[in-house]
Design a protein around this ligand. Structure first.
Ligand code: AMP
Length: 290
């Protein structure tokens, strides 16, 4: 047990212990809030945690770098980790429980059941990261069954992930409210991410191009530009003007289905993924015509 600002934080790594504790909390008619993370906490995570505080009685933050959502050649092994710091930050935010399972405990021997969506992963990041959203949906379903939250908070920074989770909750009848939290940004607009620590200083300067491209698109939409192809071309041009950037995709799509949109008559999602050096960054913004 560690002393937090105004309460004691409990750290649990055993899946069985977490599930038993969740059972007891539910029996005492308390509401459980879950904020799932992969750790290396930053202000984006902390904003989700703070908003989660008011949504229930027992606030659980999970820290788990989920192997099934990483593809071959991705950064699973070198994904940044700092458990001690994460526990300290969670304690400061008066988190009740930090749940940090081992991969071997969460995915037991002989594991073979996955949750896979049919359509949402056929867009955006799903195209360059096959099986990523199958890993995400599977681990989120598992965390839901172990932590048994009434409410779970996810960031809009990972917009496709948020929609995948919302869809899965509806399709599999999870009785859990999914709350989306707006993207938290650095002062220059770069979306906060655990992966930003990979960036060198020149790369960090190029990384702001994602946000500037989105902001530029919003301004164009406000000026009356309605063709998605035009917005995409200018966004791509802006990003390419920054050193060491390599665009994976820039897309304009329906915020619900993530299907491409050609002409903008209503709010649409602009989403993009860009490699800055070797670091793949994503960002998105809802573009709203006047
Ligand atoms: P991660 O640890 O990157 O898997 O993120 C855990 C949760 O925090 C996910 O729901 C993310 O969408 C959310 N998140 C990460 N970065 C941000 C950010 N800059 N603003 C808002 N939410 C974020």
């Amino acid at each position: 047990l560690r002393e937090g600002k105004d309460k004691t934080i409990k750290t649990i790594s055993s899946v069985a212990e977490m599930q038993a504790r969740a059972d007891r909390i539910r029996q005492s008619a308390k509401r459980i809030v879950l904020v799932p993370t992969m750790g290396f906490l930053h202000e984006g995570h902390l904003a989700l945690i703070r908003s989660g505080r008011s949504l229930g009685d027992v606030l659980v933050v999970s820290i788990f770098v989920n192997p099934t959502q990483f593809g071959p050649g991705e950064d699973l092994e070198k994904y940044p980790r700092n458990m001690e710091r994460d526990f300290a930050l969670a304690a400061q935010e008066s988190v009740d429980i930090v749940f940090s399972p081992d991969a071997g405990d969460l995915y037991g021997q002989g594991f073979e059941t996955f949750v896979a969506l049919q359509r949402l992963p056929m867009h955006l990041c799903g195209l360059s990261r096959p099986n990523h959203f199958r890993g995400v949906a599977t681990v989120v379903a598992k965390l839901f069954n172990v932590v048994q939250p009434h409410v779970a908070v996810f960031g809009e920074k990972d917009f496709q992930q948020l929609q995948v989770v919302r869809r899965m909750v509806k399709d599999l009848n999870f009785s859990i409210a999914i709350i989306g939290h707006p993207t938290v940004r650095e002062p220059d607009g770069l979306a906060m991410s655990s992966r930003n620590c990979y960036l060198s200083s020149p790369q960090r300067r190029s990384a702001v191009s994602l946000y500037l491209a989105l902001q530029g698109a919003q301004q164009q939409v406000e000026k009356g530009i309605r063709k998605a192809s035009e917005l995409i071309s200018s966004a791509e041009e802006l990003i390419r003007s920054y050193a060491d950037t390599d665009i994976d995709y820039v897309a304009v799509c329906d915020p619900e289905t993530l299907e491409g949109v050609d002409t903008i008559h209503r709010p649409v999602l602009m989403a993009l993924a860009v490699r800055v050096g070797k670091t793949r960054l994503i960002d998105n913004m809802i573009l709203t015509p006047r």
